[in-house]
Design a protein around this ligand. Structure first.
Ligand code: SAT
Ligand code: MN
Length: 592
């Protein structure tokens, strides 16, 4: 693609501006061809950013190792720079957009010196979808380009679709200019000056300093969630941190579910579940993000804006998620996993017995006696959706798939039962707004600490969370068929710290109950926190589980929960919708 063929005037001007300011040595207009990818990958191998895996074992696959200080999203360096602090709300870090741009202009000045700047046009959503949106990322990281090729519809097709339309501007630099003749390192990053900044009014993202995951692949959390959630508010749709899955019953009835869990709580596993109940079939539409619009028939339709998976590797095995394992047999980029002596990958949980010798993600000799982990807990695989053996036949349907049920869930070792159904749409919004979860390694922070994560959108909502709740409530309108809402917790533990529920493929048993509730079957009891399955409503054949413990509602614990929630919700002040206030009061009363 020659610069001349970049028709969009805005784009041309923007590229020129950034070129003058960031001073790259050259500009590469990304077309998205195989040959181009081959050259980029070769350069990355030469730079030691990528290591080619053994082609006999893992064809066309690569390992990247980041520096130990650039391994996850950095929420405390993620900013929503709306016009006013009120618009960003109490859950986001806010900076004045003018001040932020001034700071960033300082950092970006000359930051691409002696590097190539890639112009990456990409489309979120199927190219022929009325809901697809085009963005351009300018980046000095070829590793980012190689990943975006797998995660998005990248290159010429996206640029052609854009035409002269406005687009989301994503500017990214690892923040390491090179002096003339200076050797580059394998993982350039500038973690002392990290900024992941979003400008929701002008639909821009400026990211500086990190080369990892959601900090750098701006298509994902930055555009498809933070910026898109604001677009959804303005245009009447929903951009959500949700997997999308099609489930077919033994009777041949197929229903689609969207499900929202915080990062590293098993979204990919649920999206690719292998049912342990005979006759059930699961097909995957997406594992992380859903854009949902109302159809003319009053139903909610979801598209997966992504074209690939960026899944957590540790814990993934032929036992826990065979479909993920089969997806990553080839054409995969692994980041921060361990390398085996024969040039393949390994991570904790992949096999019962670890290999005798490995090279860890930190590039050190590792044996089973080592006191450090072979793979980083937030190690990832990047792979195109089409490699998933159970990818849904309609995963690229332009209008999306109709959603019958929405499942929310967090990671809680106590208090929150295995599954419950909301009493109404409004009650479901309340359950989702009150979501709490123990923190994982997906973001920098205190792993295991329980925190509020409303709708699993705490790090991803691009505006005031109170307005977000109201937006969800406003979705209920006459003539619309509202999906049923459920809340699950796969992570309950007994006093010895053992999981009470087997999870993974056995989660189909819970989905079966949800399925039956949508069809107005399935036994349930009314409880203070929603409809609970009766003790024998969930098929536990062949399982040794304590259903009583799994469905227990401990009033004393829930009183604490409700009081704490009351205080949390107060942080939203006048923006907290009245109905959520009332639901909280109700919960406090019944648990008193
Ligand atoms: O690094 S990402 O933000 O893309 C992954 C995640 O946290 O879900
Ligand atoms: Mn995610």
């Amino acid at each position: 693609m020659r610069p001349g063929s970049v028709m969009n005037r805005n784009l041309q001007e923007w590229i020129q501006e950034v070129q003058q300011h960031c001073q790259p040595k050259e500009i590469h207009y990304v077309e998205g061809t195989e040959e181009e990818n081959r050259l980029i990958v070769e350069a990355l191998i030469k730079q030691k950013t990528l290591t080619r895996l053994n082609p006999a074992l893992r064809p066309a696959s690569f390992l990247a190792r980041s520096t130990p200080d650039d391994v996850a999203r950095v929420e405390d360096r993620t900013f929503i720079c709306s016009e006013t602090q009120e618009q960003a709300g109490p859950t986001n870090h806010w900076r004045d957009p003018r001040e932020m741009k001034e700071t960033l202009l300082g950092l970006f000045r000359g930051c691409m010196r002696n590097r190539t700047m890639y112009v990456v046009p990409y489309c979120m959503g199927p190219i022929d979808s009325p809901y697809a949106k085009v963005a351009i990322q300018l980046t000095d990281s070829p590793y980012v380009v190689a990943n975006m090729r797998l995660m998005t519809r990248m290159g010429k097709a996206a640029l052609d679709l854009l035409g002269d339309q406005p687009f989301v501007k994503c500017l990214h630099s690892v923040g390491v200019p090179l002096a003339d003749g200076e050797e580059d390192v394998s993982w350039p990053c500038n973690t002392k000056n990290l900024y992941i900044s979003h400008f929701p009014e002008t639909k821009e993202v400026w990211s500086f300093g990190s080369g990892y995951g959601g900090n750098a692949l701006l298509n994902k959390k930055s555009f498809a969630l933070r910026i898109a959630s604001k677009m959804g508010l303005e245009e009447g749709w929903l951009a959500e941190h949700m997997l999308i899955v099609g489930i077919t019953s033994p009777e041949g009835i197929k229903r689609y579910f969207a499900a929202s869990f915080p990062s590293a709580c098993g979204k990919t596993n649920l999206a690719m579940l292998t049912p342990t109940l005979p006759g059930w079939k699961v097909e995957c539409v997406g594992d992380d993000i859903a854009w949902m619009h109302w159809g003319q028939d009053g139903r909610l339709y979801a598209i997966n804006p992504e074209a690939g998976f960026f899944g957590v590797a540790p814990g993934t095995s032929m036992k826990t998620n065979p479909n993920a394992m089969l997806s990553i047999q080839k054409n995969t980029i692994f980041t921060n996993v361990a390398l085996t002596p024969d040039g393949d990958v390994w991570w904790e949980g992949m096999t019962d017995t670890p290999p005798e010798r490995l090279i860890s993600w930190t590039n050190e000799e590792w044996t089973p006696h080592s006191t450090f982990k072979a793979a980083h807990p937030n190690a990832r695989f990047t792979v195109g959706s089409l490699q998933c053996p159970i990818i849904d036949p309609d995963w690229q349907k332009p209008t999306g798939v109709p959603i019958s049920g929405i499942i929310f869930g967090g990671r809680r070792s106590t208090t929150v039962p295995l599954v419950r159904q909301a009493l109404s749409w409004g009650h479901g919004v309340f359950l989702a707004a009150s979501m709490t979860s123990e923190m994982t390694a997906a973001a920098k922070g205190e792993v295991g600490k329980v925190r509020h994560d409303p709708f699993a959108m705490l790090p991803f909502c691009g505006y005031h969370m109170g307005d977000y709740f109201a937006h969800w409530l406003s979705m209920e309108q006459t003539g619309r068929k509202m999906p049923e809402i459920f809340y699950v917790n796969w992570f309950l533990k007994d006093e010895q710290g053992k999981y009470l529920w087997p999870g993974f493929g056995d989660n189909i048993r819970v989905l079966e109950w949800c399925f039956s509730r949508i069809e107005k079957r399935g036994d349930a009891d009314l409880s203070p926190i929603g409809y609970l399955p009766t003790l024998d409503a969930i098929n536990c054949q062949g399982l040794m589980v304590d259903m009583k413990a799994l469905l227990k509602v401990d009033k004393a614990l829930w009183k604490k929960e409700a009081d704490e929630l009351f205080h949390y919700f107060q942080t939203f002040r006048h923006k907290l919708p009245e109905s959520l206030k009332n639901e909280t009061e109700k919960l406090r009363n019944v648990t008193r």
